[in-house]
Design a protein around this ligand. Sequence first.
Ligand code: GTP
Ligand code: CA
Length: 493
Amino acid sequence: MAEQREMKAPWHSGKMLCVAIFFIAAVITLVAISVVQNKPIQQKYKYGIVLDAGSSHTALYIYEWPAEKENNTGMVRQRHYCPVKGKGISSYAHNSSGAGLSLMHCIEEAKRKIDPAKHKETPVYLGATAGMRLLMEQDPKSAEKVLSSVKDTLSKTPFDFQGARIITGQQEGAFGWITVNYLGENFGKAAGTMGALDLGGASTQITFVSNQPIESPDNSMDFRLYGSDYQVYTHSFLCYGKDQVLKLALEKQLQSGETLLQDPCFHQGYSQDKQFKDVFDTPCVKTINKDDSKENFTHNGTGDFAQCQSSIQKVFNFSQCTSSRCSFNGVYQPPVVGTFGAFSAYYFVMNFLNLTGQSLEDTKRNLADYCKTPWNEIKQRYGERVKEKYLSEYCFSGTYILTLLENGYNFTEDTWRDITFIDKIEGSSAGWTLGYMLNLTNMIPAEAPDTPLMTHGGFVILILFLSIFLLVLLFLGHRFLGRPSCSSPKDIV
Ligand SMILES: Nc1nc2c(ncn2[C@@H]2O[C@H](COP(=O)(O)OP(=O)(O)OP(=O)(O)O)[C@@H](O)[C@H]2O)c(=O)[nH]1
Ligand SMILES: [Ca+2]
Protein backbone atom coordinates (compact mmCIF):
# COMPACT_ATOMS: atom_id res chain seq x y z
CA MET A 1 0.00 0.00 0.00
CA ALA A 2 2.85 2.30 0.91
CA GLU A 3 4.37 1.61 -2.50
CA GLN A 4 1.01 2.35 -4.12
CA ARG A 5 0.76 5.69 -2.29
CA GLU A 6 4.32 6.59 -3.34
CA MET A 7 3.44 5.89 -6.99
CA LYS A 8 0.22 7.89 -6.90
CA ALA A 9 1.74 11.39 -7.01
CA PRO A 10 3.99 10.76 -10.08
CA TRP A 11 1.07 9.12 -11.87
CA HIS A 12 -1.09 12.22 -11.36
CA SER A 13 1.61 14.69 -12.51
CA GLY A 14 2.51 12.38 -15.40
CA LYS A 15 -1.09 12.27 -16.54
CA MET A 16 -1.25 16.06 -16.37
CA LEU A 17 1.94 16.37 -18.45
CA CYS A 18 0.61 13.89 -20.93
CA VAL A 19 -2.67 15.74 -21.35
CA ALA A 20 -0.82 19.05 -21.61
CA ILE A 21 1.46 17.73 -24.34
CA PHE A 22 -1.48 16.31 -26.26
CA PHE A 23 -3.29 19.59 -25.87
CA ILE A 24 -0.31 21.69 -27.08
CA ALA A 25 0.33 19.37 -30.00
CA ALA A 26 -3.33 19.47 -31.02
CA VAL A 27 -3.47 23.25 -30.80
CA ILE A 28 -0.26 23.67 -32.78
CA THR A 29 -1.43 21.23 -35.42
CA LEU A 30 -4.76 23.04 -35.71
CA VAL A 31 -2.98 26.40 -35.98
CA ALA A 32 -0.67 25.00 -38.64
CA ILE A 33 -3.58 23.57 -40.63
CA SER A 34 -5.53 26.79 -40.38
CA VAL A 35 -2.49 28.82 -41.45
CA VAL A 36 -2.04 26.59 -44.49
CA GLN A 37 -5.72 26.70 -45.36
CA ASN A 38 -6.19 30.43 -44.87
CA LYS A 39 -3.30 31.34 -47.13
CA PRO A 40 -3.58 29.70 -50.51
CA ILE A 41 -0.23 28.43 -51.79
CA GLN A 42 -1.13 29.91 -55.17
CA GLN A 43 -0.10 33.60 -55.25
CA LYS A 44 -2.57 36.32 -56.15
CA TYR A 45 -1.22 38.51 -58.94
CA LYS A 46 -1.80 42.12 -59.87
CA TYR A 47 -1.22 43.59 -63.32
CA GLY A 48 -0.29 46.90 -64.89
CA ILE A 49 -0.07 47.98 -68.55
CA VAL A 50 2.27 50.59 -70.05
CA LEU A 51 2.30 51.66 -73.69
CA ASP A 52 5.64 53.01 -74.88
CA ALA A 53 4.73 55.39 -77.68
CA GLY A 54 8.21 55.81 -79.17
CA SER A 55 9.21 57.79 -82.24
CA SER A 56 9.63 54.72 -84.43
CA HIS A 57 6.97 52.43 -82.97
CA THR A 58 4.63 51.77 -80.05
CA ALA A 59 4.84 48.72 -77.78
CA LEU A 60 2.52 47.50 -75.06
CA TYR A 61 3.97 45.91 -71.93
CA ILE A 62 2.01 43.93 -69.35
CA TYR A 63 3.63 43.69 -65.93
CA GLU A 64 2.64 41.37 -63.10
CA TRP A 65 3.57 41.04 -59.44
CA PRO A 66 2.44 39.06 -56.39
CA ALA A 67 -0.15 41.22 -54.64
CA GLU A 68 1.32 40.76 -51.17
CA LYS A 69 4.88 41.67 -52.13
CA GLU A 70 4.44 44.79 -54.18
CA ASN A 71 6.91 46.83 -52.13
CA ASN A 72 9.78 44.41 -52.40
CA THR A 73 12.43 45.20 -54.98
CA GLY A 74 12.57 43.00 -58.08
CA MET A 75 9.02 41.64 -57.65
CA VAL A 76 7.41 43.20 -60.73
CA ARG A 77 8.12 41.28 -63.93
CA GLN A 78 7.20 41.66 -67.57
CA ARG A 79 4.44 39.23 -68.39
CA HIS A 80 3.80 40.11 -72.03
CA TYR A 81 5.07 42.31 -74.86
CA CYS A 82 3.00 43.36 -77.85
CA PRO A 83 4.54 45.45 -80.66
CA VAL A 84 1.95 47.70 -82.29
CA LYS A 85 1.88 47.28 -86.08
CA GLY A 86 3.10 50.23 -88.13
CA LYS A 87 4.98 53.37 -87.16
CA GLY A 88 4.94 55.49 -84.02
CA ILE A 89 1.90 57.60 -83.06
CA SER A 90 3.60 60.83 -84.21
CA SER A 91 3.39 59.51 -87.79
CA TYR A 92 -0.42 59.93 -87.54
CA ALA A 93 -0.13 63.74 -87.46
CA HIS A 94 -2.31 64.02 -90.58
CA ASN A 95 -4.67 61.18 -89.69
CA SER A 96 -4.97 61.45 -85.92
CA SER A 97 -7.80 58.94 -85.50
CA GLY A 98 -5.46 56.28 -86.90
CA ALA A 99 -3.22 56.69 -83.82
CA GLY A 100 -5.85 55.32 -81.41
CA LEU A 101 -6.98 52.64 -83.85
CA SER A 102 -3.41 51.39 -84.25
CA LEU A 103 -3.41 50.32 -80.57
CA MET A 104 -6.50 48.11 -80.80
CA HIS A 105 -4.74 44.90 -81.76
CA CYS A 106 -2.46 45.02 -78.69
CA ILE A 107 -5.35 46.06 -76.41
CA GLU A 108 -7.28 42.97 -77.56
CA GLU A 109 -4.21 40.87 -76.83
CA ALA A 110 -3.95 42.39 -73.34
CA LYS A 111 -7.62 41.57 -72.69
CA ARG A 112 -6.89 37.93 -73.47
CA LYS A 113 -3.71 37.81 -71.40
CA ILE A 114 -5.20 39.25 -68.21
CA ASP A 115 -7.93 37.48 -66.24
CA PRO A 116 -11.21 39.39 -67.01
CA ALA A 117 -11.92 39.60 -63.27
CA LYS A 118 -8.78 41.78 -62.98
CA HIS A 119 -9.42 44.10 -65.95
CA LYS A 120 -11.13 46.82 -63.93
CA GLU A 121 -8.35 47.10 -61.39
CA THR A 122 -5.51 46.98 -63.96
CA PRO A 123 -4.04 50.45 -64.57
CA VAL A 124 -3.06 51.40 -68.13
CA TYR A 125 -0.66 54.25 -68.90
CA LEU A 126 0.63 55.62 -72.20
CA GLY A 127 3.87 57.59 -72.29
CA ALA A 128 5.03 59.19 -75.52
CA THR A 129 8.67 60.12 -76.09
CA ALA A 130 10.79 62.00 -78.60
CA GLY A 131 8.61 61.57 -81.71
CA MET A 132 5.73 63.34 -79.96
CA ARG A 133 8.11 65.91 -78.41
CA LEU A 134 9.20 66.82 -81.92
CA LEU A 135 5.63 66.89 -83.26
CA MET A 136 4.61 69.13 -80.33
CA GLU A 137 7.43 71.51 -81.39
CA GLN A 138 6.54 71.36 -85.08
CA ASP A 139 2.74 71.17 -85.05
CA PRO A 140 1.19 71.36 -81.54
CA LYS A 141 -2.40 71.10 -82.81
CA SER A 142 -1.75 67.81 -84.57
CA ALA A 143 0.15 66.55 -81.51
CA GLU A 144 -2.87 67.31 -79.29
CA LYS A 145 -5.19 65.53 -81.74
CA VAL A 146 -2.97 62.45 -81.75
CA LEU A 147 -2.95 62.43 -77.94
CA SER A 148 -6.75 62.82 -77.82
CA SER A 149 -7.13 59.91 -80.20
CA VAL A 150 -5.05 57.53 -78.06
CA LYS A 151 -6.77 58.77 -74.88
CA ASP A 152 -10.15 58.11 -76.45
CA THR A 153 -9.20 54.54 -77.40
CA LEU A 154 -7.63 53.71 -74.06
CA SER A 155 -10.48 55.16 -72.00
CA LYS A 156 -12.89 52.80 -73.78
CA THR A 157 -11.00 49.66 -72.76
CA PRO A 158 -12.12 47.67 -69.70
CA PHE A 159 -8.85 48.62 -67.98
CA ASP A 160 -8.35 51.46 -65.50
CA PHE A 161 -7.05 54.19 -67.84
CA GLN A 162 -4.62 56.47 -66.03
CA GLY A 163 -3.64 58.91 -68.76
CA ALA A 164 -1.65 59.39 -71.97
CA ARG A 165 1.05 62.04 -71.91
CA ILE A 166 4.35 63.09 -73.41
CA ILE A 167 7.04 62.36 -70.84
CA THR A 168 10.07 64.62 -70.53
CA GLY A 169 13.55 63.53 -71.58
CA GLN A 170 14.59 63.77 -67.92
CA GLN A 171 11.81 61.38 -66.87
CA GLU A 172 12.69 59.03 -69.73
CA GLY A 173 16.31 58.88 -68.55
CA ALA A 174 15.48 58.57 -64.86
CA PHE A 175 12.84 55.84 -65.31
CA GLY A 176 15.20 53.83 -67.53
CA TRP A 177 17.77 54.03 -64.73
CA ILE A 178 15.16 52.97 -62.15
CA THR A 179 14.13 50.01 -64.35
CA VAL A 180 17.61 48.53 -64.76
CA ASN A 181 18.46 48.96 -61.09
CA TYR A 182 15.10 47.62 -59.89
CA LEU A 183 15.45 44.53 -62.08
CA GLY A 184 19.10 44.14 -61.05
CA GLU A 185 17.99 44.46 -57.39
CA ASN A 186 20.67 47.12 -56.84
CA PHE A 187 18.67 49.50 -54.66
CA GLY A 188 19.57 49.67 -50.99
CA LYS A 189 22.73 47.60 -51.59
CA ALA A 190 26.31 48.67 -50.93
CA ALA A 191 27.50 47.57 -54.40
CA GLY A 192 26.07 50.68 -56.07
CA THR A 193 23.88 51.21 -59.09
CA MET A 194 24.23 50.74 -62.83
CA GLY A 195 24.11 53.67 -65.23
CA ALA A 196 21.56 53.57 -68.07
CA LEU A 197 22.20 54.33 -71.74
CA ASP A 198 19.10 54.40 -73.96
CA LEU A 199 19.29 54.97 -77.72
CA GLY A 200 15.95 55.54 -79.42
CA GLY A 201 15.01 56.64 -82.90
CA ALA A 202 14.70 60.35 -82.06
CA SER A 203 16.43 60.88 -78.71
CA THR A 204 19.09 59.32 -76.53
CA GLN A 205 19.51 59.34 -72.74
CA ILE A 206 22.47 58.94 -70.39
CA THR A 207 21.81 58.51 -66.65
CA PHE A 208 24.18 57.55 -63.84
CA VAL A 209 25.21 58.26 -60.26
CA SER A 210 28.23 60.55 -60.48
CA ASN A 211 31.10 60.58 -57.97
CA GLN A 212 31.25 64.37 -58.26
CA PRO A 213 28.75 67.06 -57.28
CA ILE A 214 26.41 67.77 -60.21
CA GLU A 215 26.98 71.32 -61.46
CA SER A 216 23.76 71.80 -63.38
CA PRO A 217 20.36 71.50 -61.63
CA ASP A 218 18.72 70.62 -64.98
CA ASN A 219 20.74 67.42 -65.07
CA SER A 220 20.29 66.40 -61.47
CA MET A 221 17.58 64.26 -59.89
CA ASP A 222 17.37 63.13 -56.29
CA PHE A 223 15.73 59.92 -55.18
CA ARG A 224 15.34 58.15 -51.88
CA LEU A 225 14.70 54.49 -52.68
CA TYR A 226 14.67 51.49 -50.34
CA GLY A 227 16.41 53.47 -47.60
CA SER A 228 19.25 54.95 -49.72
CA ASP A 229 19.69 58.41 -51.21
CA TYR A 230 20.68 58.73 -54.86
CA GLN A 231 21.70 61.82 -56.76
CA VAL A 232 21.51 60.96 -60.42
CA TYR A 233 22.98 62.78 -63.42
CA THR A 234 20.69 62.54 -66.44
CA HIS A 235 20.48 64.11 -69.87
CA SER A 236 18.30 63.44 -72.89
CA PHE A 237 19.53 64.63 -76.29
CA LEU A 238 16.55 65.33 -78.50
CA CYS A 239 17.43 64.68 -82.18
CA TYR A 240 20.29 62.32 -81.25
CA GLY A 241 18.30 59.10 -81.61
CA LYS A 242 19.70 57.06 -84.49
CA ASP A 243 17.03 57.93 -87.10
CA GLN A 244 17.31 61.67 -86.52
CA VAL A 245 21.12 61.56 -86.46
CA LEU A 246 21.07 59.83 -89.84
CA LYS A 247 19.06 62.78 -91.18
CA LEU A 248 21.49 65.24 -89.54
CA ALA A 249 24.47 63.41 -91.07
CA LEU A 250 22.85 63.31 -94.53
CA GLU A 251 21.97 66.98 -94.29
CA LYS A 252 25.60 67.88 -93.49
CA GLN A 253 26.73 65.97 -96.58
CA LEU A 254 23.98 67.42 -98.78
CA GLN A 255 24.73 71.03 -97.86
CA SER A 256 26.77 71.54 -100.98
CA GLY A 257 23.56 71.11 -102.98
CA GLU A 258 24.71 67.87 -104.59
CA THR A 259 22.20 65.39 -105.91
CA LEU A 260 24.71 62.54 -105.76
CA LEU A 261 25.79 61.64 -102.26
CA GLN A 262 28.87 59.42 -101.75
CA ASP A 263 28.30 58.23 -98.17
CA PRO A 264 31.11 56.41 -96.27
CA CYS A 265 28.56 55.09 -93.71
CA PHE A 266 26.81 52.91 -96.31
CA HIS A 267 28.26 49.85 -98.01
CA GLN A 268 30.02 50.02 -101.32
CA GLY A 269 27.55 49.10 -104.05
CA TYR A 270 24.57 50.50 -102.09
CA SER A 271 22.63 52.93 -104.25
CA GLN A 272 19.16 54.32 -103.60
CA ASP A 273 17.20 57.27 -104.90
CA LYS A 274 15.82 59.19 -101.94
CA GLN A 275 13.71 62.31 -101.49
CA PHE A 276 15.18 65.49 -100.04
CA LYS A 277 12.03 65.95 -97.96
CA ASP A 278 12.75 62.72 -96.04
CA VAL A 279 15.96 64.34 -94.80
CA PHE A 280 14.75 67.89 -94.23
CA ASP A 281 11.22 67.30 -92.96
CA THR A 282 12.08 67.33 -89.25
CA PRO A 283 12.62 70.12 -86.72
CA CYS A 284 16.00 68.49 -85.96
CA VAL A 285 17.37 69.60 -89.33
CA LYS A 286 17.43 73.38 -89.11
CA THR A 287 19.33 74.56 -92.18
CA ILE A 288 17.27 74.32 -95.32
CA ASN A 289 20.03 74.76 -97.80
CA LYS A 290 18.81 72.85 -100.76
CA ASP A 291 17.89 73.51 -104.32
CA ASP A 292 14.06 73.51 -104.30
CA SER A 293 13.85 72.56 -107.96
CA LYS A 294 15.16 69.08 -107.19
CA GLU A 295 13.18 66.49 -105.26
CA ASN A 296 15.49 63.50 -105.28
CA PHE A 297 19.09 62.65 -104.65
CA THR A 298 21.03 59.45 -105.17
CA HIS A 299 22.45 57.95 -102.03
CA ASN A 300 25.53 55.84 -102.78
CA GLY A 301 27.71 54.00 -100.30
CA THR A 302 31.53 53.95 -100.18
CA GLY A 303 31.92 51.82 -96.99
CA ASP A 304 34.73 53.52 -95.07
CA PHE A 305 34.57 53.44 -91.27
CA ALA A 306 37.21 56.15 -90.61
CA GLN A 307 35.54 58.59 -93.01
CA CYS A 308 32.12 57.66 -91.64
CA GLN A 309 33.34 58.50 -88.14
CA SER A 310 34.60 61.93 -89.27
CA SER A 311 31.31 62.60 -91.02
CA ILE A 312 29.32 61.66 -87.89
CA GLN A 313 31.56 63.78 -85.65
CA LYS A 314 30.26 66.81 -87.56
CA VAL A 315 26.79 66.41 -86.03
CA PHE A 316 28.26 67.10 -82.56
CA ASN A 317 29.40 70.50 -81.38
CA PHE A 318 32.42 70.02 -79.14
CA SER A 319 33.61 73.61 -79.04
CA GLN A 320 31.31 75.45 -76.61
CA CYS A 321 31.07 74.51 -72.93
CA THR A 322 30.23 76.89 -70.11
CA SER A 323 30.59 74.27 -67.33
CA SER A 324 33.75 72.60 -66.06
CA ARG A 325 33.23 69.78 -68.57
CA CYS A 326 30.73 68.84 -71.26
CA SER A 327 29.66 65.92 -73.37
CA PHE A 328 28.65 67.84 -76.52
CA ASN A 329 26.48 70.74 -77.68
CA GLY A 330 27.45 72.62 -74.50
CA VAL A 331 25.76 70.08 -72.20
CA TYR A 332 27.41 69.61 -68.81
CA GLN A 333 28.40 66.05 -67.97
CA PRO A 334 30.60 64.72 -65.15
CA PRO A 335 33.02 61.90 -66.08
CA VAL A 336 31.33 58.53 -66.57
CA VAL A 337 31.82 56.22 -63.61
CA GLY A 338 30.67 52.70 -62.66
CA THR A 339 28.97 50.09 -64.78
CA PHE A 340 26.45 50.91 -67.53
CA GLY A 341 23.63 48.99 -69.17
CA ALA A 342 23.10 50.08 -72.81
CA PHE A 343 19.73 49.12 -74.24
CA SER A 344 17.20 49.75 -77.07
CA ALA A 345 19.06 50.51 -80.32
CA TYR A 346 22.43 50.16 -78.55
CA TYR A 347 21.51 46.51 -78.09
CA PHE A 348 19.76 45.92 -81.46
CA VAL A 349 22.75 47.25 -83.37
CA MET A 350 25.67 45.92 -81.31
CA ASN A 351 24.01 42.52 -80.98
CA PHE A 352 23.44 42.26 -84.73
CA LEU A 353 27.04 43.29 -85.43
CA ASN A 354 28.26 40.78 -82.82
CA LEU A 355 30.18 43.57 -81.10
CA THR A 356 29.10 43.01 -77.50
CA GLY A 357 31.76 42.04 -74.96
CA GLN A 358 34.81 43.23 -76.94
CA SER A 359 37.48 45.83 -76.23
CA LEU A 360 36.98 49.24 -77.82
CA GLU A 361 39.89 48.61 -80.18
CA ASP A 362 38.51 45.24 -81.35
CA THR A 363 35.05 46.75 -81.71
CA LYS A 364 36.42 49.44 -84.01
CA ARG A 365 38.44 46.98 -86.08
CA ASN A 366 35.52 44.60 -86.53
CA LEU A 367 33.13 47.41 -87.37
CA ALA A 368 35.59 48.78 -89.95
CA ASP A 369 35.68 45.29 -91.56
CA TYR A 370 31.88 45.14 -91.57
CA CYS A 371 31.55 48.62 -93.13
CA LYS A 372 33.90 47.79 -95.97
CA THR A 373 32.02 44.60 -96.89
CA PRO A 374 30.24 45.22 -100.24
CA TRP A 375 26.46 45.67 -100.12
CA ASN A 376 25.60 42.60 -102.23
CA GLU A 377 27.69 40.41 -99.92
CA ILE A 378 25.85 41.84 -96.89
CA LYS A 379 22.50 41.19 -98.59
CA GLN A 380 23.52 37.64 -99.43
CA ARG A 381 24.63 36.98 -95.85
CA TYR A 382 21.70 38.51 -93.96
CA GLY A 383 19.10 39.55 -96.54
CA GLU A 384 16.80 36.63 -95.78
CA ARG A 385 16.31 37.39 -92.12
CA VAL A 386 16.77 41.16 -91.77
CA LYS A 387 14.67 43.95 -93.23
CA GLU A 388 16.62 45.74 -95.96
CA LYS A 389 16.20 49.18 -94.36
CA TYR A 390 17.69 47.98 -91.04
CA LEU A 391 20.41 46.04 -92.87
CA SER A 392 21.57 49.01 -94.92
CA GLU A 393 21.95 51.17 -91.80
CA TYR A 394 23.97 48.95 -89.41
CA CYS A 395 27.35 50.38 -90.51
CA PHE A 396 26.06 53.91 -89.93
CA SER A 397 24.34 53.00 -86.63
CA GLY A 398 27.35 51.10 -85.24
CA THR A 399 29.66 53.99 -86.13
CA TYR A 400 27.26 56.47 -84.54
CA ILE A 401 27.12 54.39 -81.34
CA LEU A 402 30.93 54.29 -81.09
CA THR A 403 31.24 58.01 -81.80
CA LEU A 404 28.51 58.93 -79.31
CA LEU A 405 30.01 56.81 -76.54
CA GLU A 406 33.67 57.65 -77.14
CA ASN A 407 33.65 61.25 -78.40
CA GLY A 408 30.26 62.31 -77.02
CA TYR A 409 30.12 60.84 -73.51
CA ASN A 410 33.90 60.35 -73.16
CA PHE A 411 34.07 56.61 -72.55
CA THR A 412 37.66 55.42 -72.92
CA GLU A 413 39.28 52.06 -73.73
CA ASP A 414 39.14 51.41 -69.96
CA THR A 415 35.59 52.50 -69.17
CA TRP A 416 34.29 50.83 -72.38
CA ARG A 417 34.62 47.52 -70.51
CA ASP A 418 32.05 48.73 -67.98
CA ILE A 419 29.33 48.89 -70.64
CA THR A 420 27.05 45.87 -71.06
CA PHE A 421 24.70 45.81 -74.03
CA ILE A 422 21.43 44.48 -72.66
CA ASP A 423 18.03 43.61 -74.00
CA LYS A 424 16.33 42.05 -70.98
CA ILE A 425 17.08 41.54 -67.30
CA GLU A 426 15.46 38.40 -65.82
CA GLY A 427 12.96 38.32 -68.68
CA SER A 428 11.90 42.00 -68.46
CA SER A 429 12.93 44.51 -71.13
CA ALA A 430 15.31 47.29 -70.19
CA GLY A 431 13.59 50.62 -70.89
CA TRP A 432 11.77 53.43 -69.12
CA THR A 433 8.30 51.79 -68.98
CA LEU A 434 8.75 49.63 -65.88
CA GLY A 435 10.28 52.48 -63.85
CA TYR A 436 7.43 54.74 -65.00
CA MET A 437 4.79 52.30 -63.78
CA LEU A 438 6.59 51.60 -60.49
CA ASN A 439 6.65 55.33 -59.83
CA LEU A 440 3.02 55.98 -60.75
CA THR A 441 1.73 53.05 -58.70
CA ASN A 442 3.89 54.01 -55.68
CA MET A 443 5.64 50.68 -55.77
CA ILE A 444 9.12 52.00 -55.02
CA PRO A 445 9.18 52.90 -51.34
CA ALA A 446 11.59 55.49 -49.92
CA GLU A 447 12.45 53.18 -47.05
CA ALA A 448 13.27 49.49 -47.22
CA PRO A 449 10.05 47.56 -46.46
CA ASP A 450 10.01 45.76 -43.09
CA THR A 451 11.00 42.26 -43.92
CA PRO A 452 9.00 39.73 -41.89
CA LEU A 453 11.14 37.65 -39.52
CA MET A 454 10.16 34.62 -41.52
CA THR A 455 8.39 33.97 -44.81
CA HIS A 456 4.91 32.48 -44.74
CA GLY A 457 6.19 29.15 -46.05
CA GLY A 458 8.96 29.09 -43.46
CA PHE A 459 6.47 29.76 -40.69
CA VAL A 460 4.21 26.89 -41.77
CA ILE A 461 7.16 24.50 -41.96
CA LEU A 462 8.35 25.56 -38.51
CA ILE A 463 4.94 24.98 -36.95
CA LEU A 464 4.61 21.55 -38.57
CA PHE A 465 8.12 20.63 -37.50
CA LEU A 466 7.41 21.68 -33.91
CA SER A 467 4.18 19.66 -33.87
CA ILE A 468 5.96 16.54 -35.13
CA PHE A 469 8.82 17.11 -32.68
CA LEU A 470 6.41 17.33 -29.74
CA LEU A 471 4.55 14.21 -30.85
CA VAL A 472 7.84 12.29 -31.14
CA LEU A 473 8.85 13.55 -27.70
CA LEU A 474 5.56 12.39 -26.30
CA PHE A 475 5.90 8.97 -27.91
CA LEU A 476 9.45 8.53 -26.59
CA GLY A 477 8.43 9.74 -23.13
CA HIS A 478 5.58 7.25 -23.12
CA ARG A 479 7.72 4.38 -24.36
CA PHE A 480 10.84 4.70 -22.19
CA LEU A 481 10.21 6.90 -19.20
CA GLY A 482 6.70 7.55 -18.79
CA ARG A 483 4.98 4.17 -18.79
CA PRO A 484 3.62 5.29 -15.48
CA SER A 485 3.06 8.82 -16.60
CA CYS A 486 0.57 8.14 -19.42
CA SER A 487 -0.73 4.69 -18.36
CA SER A 488 -3.79 3.67 -16.49
CA PRO A 489 -3.55 3.11 -12.71
CA LYS A 490 -4.13 -0.60 -13.24
CA ASP A 491 -0.82 -0.96 -15.06
CA ILE A 492 1.00 0.52 -12.14
CA VAL A 493 -0.25 -1.86 -9.59
N1 GTP B 1 17.96 46.64 -86.16
C1 GTP B 1 16.88 46.79 -85.45
N2 GTP B 1 16.49 48.03 -85.20
C2 GTP B 1 15.38 48.20 -84.49
C3 GTP B 1 14.64 47.12 -83.98
N3 GTP B 1 13.59 47.61 -83.29
C4 GTP B 1 13.69 48.95 -83.40
N4 GTP B 1 14.76 49.30 -84.13
C5 GTP B 1 15.24 50.64 -84.49
O1 GTP B 1 16.04 51.10 -83.41
C6 GTP B 1 15.80 52.47 -83.15
C7 GTP B 1 15.37 52.64 -81.74
O2 GTP B 1 14.21 51.91 -81.53
P1 GTP B 1 13.38 52.20 -80.23
O3 GTP B 1 14.26 52.08 -79.06
O4 GTP B 1 12.16 51.38 -80.30
O5 GTP B 1 13.06 53.76 -80.47
P2 GTP B 1 11.75 54.56 -80.11
O6 GTP B 1 11.37 54.21 -78.73
O7 GTP B 1 10.73 54.35 -81.15
O8 GTP B 1 12.29 56.06 -80.23
P3 GTP B 1 12.42 57.18 -79.08
O9 GTP B 1 11.08 57.84 -78.99
O10 GTP B 1 13.46 58.12 -79.59
O11 GTP B 1 12.83 56.51 -77.83
C8 GTP B 1 14.80 52.92 -84.19
O12 GTP B 1 15.54 53.46 -85.26
C9 GTP B 1 14.13 51.64 -84.64
O13 GTP B 1 13.69 51.71 -85.97
C10 GTP B 1 15.09 45.81 -84.25
O14 GTP B 1 14.50 44.81 -83.84
N5 GTP B 1 16.22 45.70 -85.01
CA1 CA C 1 12.37 54.66 -76.69
